[in-house]
Design a protein around this ligand. Structure first.
Ligand code: NAP
Length: 368
């Protein structure tokens, strides 16, 4: 075991111990709150577990029981109080923001019935009373014949991010030679498959470690680059002698620089995320962006919430591909709400494969 992997394992063990110190209770509202703002990587003492009475829904409100919570890199920014992704700025002591899937267990609204499932801004808590405000971006859970967990993945904002980034911003063309970073993560594992659906000629995925690279081959990548083990610029030069047509960027940093050095004519770069920079004090700026000029290329950023008007149509399309077996949802599920902090740590320490989420109530043997 290398020192780096050993450190990662020890780091995650701290979050396992944190989870094991908190027992989930059905009769109260279990919550994770910001204990203090993270500096650099999150640590267990940045989190605080609280238990409150289950809220009573007021006039015009429903009471939701949380079943699944999604986990995304942006949640570290919420904890830092940067007000990322248009969410209210969190103060120490606040319940951490997070989208999830909830079941209506009480309703003071004529248009919403007990037993319906909704996805939206639940927060890291096991119950929420809400009037489903526009700010919380709630949607009825689509396609209930498919597993509920997908609401925190392909049939939720991760799926919409992948779809909007790939189709609306990437402008994919049949025969494209495609590079995808963070390819084994939540968004990335969906984009790999969308690239196949869109008729890419070649799909190359970048991920860390042999296990993830083997997974990417199974998922449909023609070639993979293990950025922990290979020189990324050299590997890109070798794998793209004619240049990259479409680069879907989840990590930013030096990988983006390397891609900018190997662009084909009219290349497109989709700026989805830059996780390699999120814990840096100073943001990284590529110095070779002018390479775009040589190839009539373009960089296109996007923000998932700018695409909400297409949510239902995109979910219908994604569900269709799932049923046809063309899109395989890959989810990495933590069992039990106590493990939410570890689920977030997994993202920054590369422990997840596919969409990271958390089943709030651990499954019993009867569910399996
Ligand atoms: N634009 C938008 O609206 C939007 C919406 C959703 C998500 N995003 C962004 O899209 C990206 C992917 O999001 P996600 O939710 O699917 O997360 P994710 O890809 O599942 O994120 C975790 C993965 O990132 C990789 N990673 C972690 N640290 C890294 C580093 N220093 N260098 C390179 N790779 C690193 C790890 O994979 P390896 O093992 O391969 O290192 C890890 O498994 C994130 O940057 C996120 O902020 C943007």
């Amino acid at each position: 075991m290398t020192a780096a992997i050993h450190d990662r394992v020890r780091y995650l063990e701290g979050f396992t111990a944190l989870a094991e110190a908190h027992a989930f209770r059905e009769d109260v509202n279990c919550q994770w709150r910001v204990a203090k703002r993270p500096v650099g990587h999150i640590t267990p003492d940045d989190f605080m577990w609280t238990e409150e009475p289950i809220p009573e829904p007021g006039a015009g409100e429903v009471l939701l029981k949380t079943h699944v919570l999604g986990v995304a890199p942006v949640m570290r920014f919420y904890m830092q109080g940067t007000g990322a992704a248009g969410e209210r700025v969190l103060e120490p002591g606040d319940v951490i923001h997070g989208r999830g899937v909830g079941e209506v267990i009480a309703s003071n609204r004529d248009d919403i019935s007990i037993g319906e499932f909704w996805q939206g801004q639940m927060g890291w808590q096991s119950y929420k009373a809400t009037s489903l405000t526009p700010q919380e971006k709630f949607f009825p859970m689509p396609h209930r014949d498919l597993p509920l967990e997908l609401g925190a993945g392909v049939l939720g904002m991760t799926g919409l991010s992948a779809h909007a980034g790939w189709f609306a911003c990437g402008d994919p063309k049949k025969g494209d030679q495609v590079l995808i970073s963070g390819a084994a993560g939540g968004v990335g594992s969906i984009v790999v498959q969308l690239a196949r659906i869109a008729g890419a000629k070649r799909v190359v995925g970048i991920a860390g470690g042999p296990k993830k690279c083997a997974f990417l081959k199974e998922l449909g990548c023609d070639d993979v680059i293990d950025y922990r083990d290979e020189d990324v610029p050299q590997a890109i030069a070798r794998l793209f002698p004619d240049g990259i047509d479409l680069y879907f960027d989840n990590v930013g940093g030096e990988t983006l620089t390397a891609a900018l050095d190997h662009l084909a004519m009219r290349a497109r770069i989709v700026l989805c995320g830059s996780i390699s920079e999120y814990t840096l004090d100073n943001p990284f700026g590529p110095t070779n962006y002018t390479n775009l000029r040589k190839v009539d290329g373009r960089i296109n950023g996007f923000f998932v919430y700018n695409h909400l008007d297409r949510f239902e149509a995109v979910m219908d399309e994604m569900a269709g591909w799932i049923r046809e077996g063309r899109l395989k949802p890959i989810q990495d599920v933590e069992e039990g709400m106590a493990f939410m902090p570890r689920a977030l740590a997994n993202l920054y320490f590369s422990a997840n494969v596919g969409v990271q989420c958390c089943r709030v109530r651990q499954r019993t043997k009867a569910d399996l």
